[in-house]
Design a protein around this ligand. Structure first.
Ligand SMILES: [Mn+2]
Length: 315
């Protein structure tokens, strides 16, 4: 594996054509937005580029990819994945492309390399920032659809620029989006100022059923699949729900446990600066960032809760 800087990644893209861009499973605003911006930027430079259709993309982000997707990766010379921390973050349908990905553009520091080339900067708050830097190196200019996609990528990964990962570069990138005509107000309304009733009811249930430890500095929320079904929650309703318990006053570390269809328990940990979410998740084979990390646990919900309690640091 060779690590590239932004300039080297740009030169690599300039020398290639017929691109297929891959997003990750449970696609979020960063992976979809990054893919859309990269695809549009490459097309602007006269290249052929598509985003491979990811069946898990929800209604919330599907519009960003309109006119950009294709169903098959045939006739592809160059495969790029964006915001994909590891090969097992690829949707099942993409797994057969695993050995064929040429370049990974990503900002997950704990990830292990799985492509021959990678541009990875864990200091970037969102993968979208890296894509924007590379496109600037290539001389591509943001148009309005690109600006909306890029703003979606960077705003969603920073909780609308509130999380500790937000840097001056994130804000400069946001300013570039605004200069290029991004509908920041409309996007903020949709992404951050709108809740479904199902989501608000879930938040109420989580507060009532949360387990508080260390004088309220740690909170653990175990959400059974039956409760998700009872409340009629969609994936869009559940997006970033793991960040919610962290917003309770005094909480420094929050853990959210959800039951996956496979029976495994998905752990999501959020932590304030000074605490390390990735270190907790690493105990279960997971990873991520200091502020936000995840793991997949092969145990029952009760066992998982006990294991997470034991994995919490003294604070
Ligand atoms: Mn991301």
């Amino acid at each position: 594996m060779t690590g590239l800087n932004r300039n080297e990644a740009a030169r690599f893209l300039a020398g290639r054509d017929n691109f297929t861009i891959l997003t990750h499973r449970r696609p979020d605003g960063d992976t979809v937005g990054s893919a859309a911006v990269l695809c549009r930027g490459l097309r602007q430079l006269g290249k052929t580029a598509h985003v491979l259709e990811n069946p898990e993309v929800t209604e919330k982000y599907a519009g960003l990819l309109r006119g950009l997707t294709k169903k098959q990766a045939e006739d592809t010379d160059t495969v790029i994945c964006v915001d994909v921390a590891s090969a097992n973050m690829l949707p099942d349908a993409f797994r057969l492309l695993e050995g064929k990905i040429d370049l990974r553009i990503d900002h997950h520091g704990t990830a292990s390399a799985f492509t021959p080339l990678q541009l990875v900067d864990p200091d970037a708050a969102a993968c979208g920032e890296l894509v924007f830097d590379v496109l600037q190196e290539l001389g591509a200019a943001l148009d309005q659809p690109m600006a909306n996609a890029l703003y979606t990528a960077i705003s969603t990964d920073t909780g609308c620029f509130r999380y500790a990962n937000t840097t001056a570069n994130t804000l400069r990138t946001a300013a570039a989006c605004k200069d290029a005509g991004a509908d920041t107000f409309g996007l903020n309304q949709t992404l951050f100022e709108t809740n479904t009733l199902a989501r608000l009811r879930l938040q109420g249930w989580l507060v009532e059923n949360a387990l508080f430890l260390a004088d309220g500095k740690i909170v653990i929320c175990a959400l059974p699949r039956s409760k998700e079904q009872e409340l009629g929650l969609t994936e869009d309703d559940l997006e970033n729900i793991s960040g919610f318990p962290r917003t309770i006053a005094g909480v420094q570390i929050s853990a959210m446990l959800r039951q996956e269809r496979s029976g495994r328990v998905k752990l999501s940990v959020r932590a304030v600066p000074g605490c390390d979410a990735a270190a907790i998740c690493a105990k279960f084979g997971g990873g991520g960032h200091k502020g936000a990390a995840g793991a997949s646990m092969d145990m029952t919900m009760d066992e998982a809760v006990q294991a997470v309690i034991s994995a919490m640091p003294e604070i």
